[in-house]
Design a protein around this ligand. Structure first.
Ligand code: ADP
Ligand code: MG
Length: 236
């Protein structure tokens, strides 16, 4: 469903991503791992079209989307929850959600906004009591639920999640894990998950990809991920 072919991405003259090739199959959960600074966020931004690759192609459902704007990629079915969540702090939860729905116009297949919201509220009931609060006053876990909920309003085919558990207390991490586990069971869309929290990744992923210094250094079935690999590439 998503195939990255030989991507090379630069910030100015710094060569950040080197010959990256990765595949995500329909309904698959792929976990992208690696230490801070290896280029995981840069890769997700490149997939969304926020950064451009100097070489290679990004194929999504058999179409080369490398030249598409971020907007177009959203309409094609990509959704992105950035690291640090990046909700609008001065807008209410309701307004934040509304923007998520608006961003996806064209890919929601005639669903009403209310129907789309109901689905999100089923997954994250807590949001219903927070609707009139500014996003900025929510806890980290609540903001993450809002950020994921907002992305889901676009009815994505592929959801990109950048470190959803970062800076969130364990009980909320568990809730978020359950929600992702639910997506996985339904297999309605694929997930490319950036995650450093090893156990979380191992429980959820079908396959893993490990990056070091801007390149893919290991990949395979999550069930085959060995301690040796984790020690070599992930433990600080
Ligand atoms: N806006 C930027 N300008 C220049 N260099 C950047 C920028 N953002 C990130 N980098 C550099 O790119 C590399 C990869 O960063 P990033 O993709 O955020 O890594 P990760 O998400 O794996 O922690 C790092 O060396 C980082 O310093
Ligand atoms: Mg990052």
């Amino acid at each position: 469903m998503l195939r990255l072919d030989n991507l090379n991405v630069y910030y100015g003259e710094s060569h950040i991503l080197r010959n990256i090739s990765v595949e995500v199959g329909p309904g698959q959960v792929v976990c992208l791992m690696g230490r801070n600074g290896v280029g995981k966020t840069t890769l997700l931004k490149t997939i969304m079209g926020l950064l451009h690759s100097r070489t290679g192609r990004i194929m999504f459902e058999g179409v080369d989307i490398s030249q598409d704007s971020p907007d177009h990629r959203v309409r094609r079915g990509l959704a992105y929850v950035p690291q640090g969540r990046e909700i609008f702090p001065h807008l209410s939860v309701r307004e934040n959600l509304h923007l998520g729905f608006e961003a996806a116009q064209g890919s929601v297949n005639g669903r009403s906004e209310q129907a789309a919201l109901e689905e999100v509220f089923t997954l994250f009931p807590k949001l219903t009591v927070l609707l009139d609060r500014p996003g900025g006053v929510l806890s980290g876990g609540e903001q993450q639920q809002l950020a994921i909920g907002r992305a889901l309003l676009a009815k994505p085919k592929l959801l990109l999640l950048d470190e959803p558990t970062e800076g969130i207390q364990p009980s909320i991490v568990e809730q978020i894990e359950q929600v992702i586990e639910g997506f996985k069971t339904e297999r309605q869309f694929a997930i490319l998950l950036v995650e450093q929290y090893m156990e979380f990744a191992a429980r959820l992923a079908d396959t893993y990809v490990i990056m070091a210094k801007g390149a893919v250094v290991a990949s395979g079935r999550a069930a085959d991920l060995t301690e040796e690999q984790v020690k070599r590439h992930l433990v600080v």
